[in-house]
Design a protein around this ligand. Sequence first.
Ligand code: UDP
Ligand code: MG
Length: 319
Amino acid sequence: MTESTRPSLCILIPVFNEAEALPMLVPRVLAALADVPAELRLLLVDDGSSDGSGEQLARLAAQDDRIGYLRLARNFGKEIAMSAGLDVADADAVVLLDADLQDPPEVVREFWKYFEQGYDNVYGVRSSRAGETALKKVTAAGFYRVIDRMSRTPIPRDTGDFRLLSRRAVMALRQLRERNRFMKGLFGWVGFRSIGVPYERAPRVAGTSKFNYWKLWNFALEGITSFSTAPLRLATYIGAGTAGIAFLFGAWIVFKTLAYGESVRGYPSLMVVMLFLGGVQLIALGLIGEYLGRLFEESKMRPLYLVDEVRLPRAGQSD
Ligand code: UDP
Ligand code: MG
């Protein structure tokens, strides 16, 4: 093989406690991409796993030069793990893939065809969500609707992180260093030539989802007690609650006044207006707090992640 003429393809996989899925993952990826005319590499990012995934990665990398890994200092979350991988992935095309094989690696062959046609951002569009609960489907659908309305950045519906990015798209992403990393938004912000490829999202091969609603909710609560900006957020809820109660109270006072007359003239309207405005003011304050909190996070200028150990896939390796 003439190595210099073959473009390189790096499969970037965030891994957090996926010891059960890993033994199936790597052979399947290698088999699925065997006939793609590229220098194939696998870069697995161990996002602070505690179930032996890290040791497995080290073993895999020792056996196969095409496999490398990056171990983060602790669990930073999927978005950061992917960003860390994108920072070191040195390839003409990078594919983001979940470790649980929910994104079928066979689809990457199709991604590759579009990459060869010059596309920079080839994203998978989920045509079905097998193995996901009705609640998750409903909340996901609602989420896309809201973000679609509220954001000026184009964020394609029913897409996840599963996608192929060209080198220049990766370079662009590396420049986006914000702490609040909503990757789907960042991909959309980058732009370039993009195209969607429909695929069937499979259920997890092993293990359980790392994102459940209870966990997400607990993260929010934990934030209050640690050094987060969540107390600011509380103002939003208190404001919304006050406004809601004021509305009901107002309706009741109006009803009472109409039915029985008022004790002091002007009292009902005064009370309603006062409570309503108080509520609205608190909502606004909470909203400002949301943005202030994000500014606070950014202003600390902390690094996005810390790396514990790196063993990159050996570049220029032929199969
Ligand atoms: N993941 C990660 N860090 C985390 C949580 C998840 O790197 O803190 C990885 C996980 O190992 C998997 C991918 O992100 O490769 C998607 O996670 P999961 O399957 O749990 O999410 P779901 O598919 O349920 O949305
Ligand atoms: Mg999954």
